[in-house]
Write a protein of this length. Structure first.
Length: 86
């Protein structure tokens, strides 16, 4: 999981949920999104937070937020001529 996800919105969300539902156990599991989605389908996980735009059939998906990602390059790198990286 990207550290920005763990320290920003998601951290606040989990903290708030924990305060309201102290009896619910929250366990964070690191792994590949496809592994998490497979676990959701097998009822081994209740929720998965994944990045990207992939569609996951047989799952309800809600887009939570957008996050800009920046590339940092040396000044003379050939990619600095581009406005956007694909």
């Amino acid at each position: 999981m990207f550290s920005s996800l763990a320290s920003g919105f998601l951290s606040d969300l989990l903290r708030s949920y924990d305060q309201r539902h102290a009896g619910v156990r929250i366990e964070l599991i690191d792994g590949h999104p496809s592994e998490h989605v497979a676990a959701i389908r097998q009822f081994q996980l209740d929720i998965a937070f994944v990045t990207g735009t992939h569609e996951w059939p047989e799952c309800d998906v809600a887009h939570l937020w957008y996050e800009r990602v920046f590339a940092v390059l040396p000044e003379r790198h050939k990619l600095t001529e581009k406005e956007e990286l694909e």
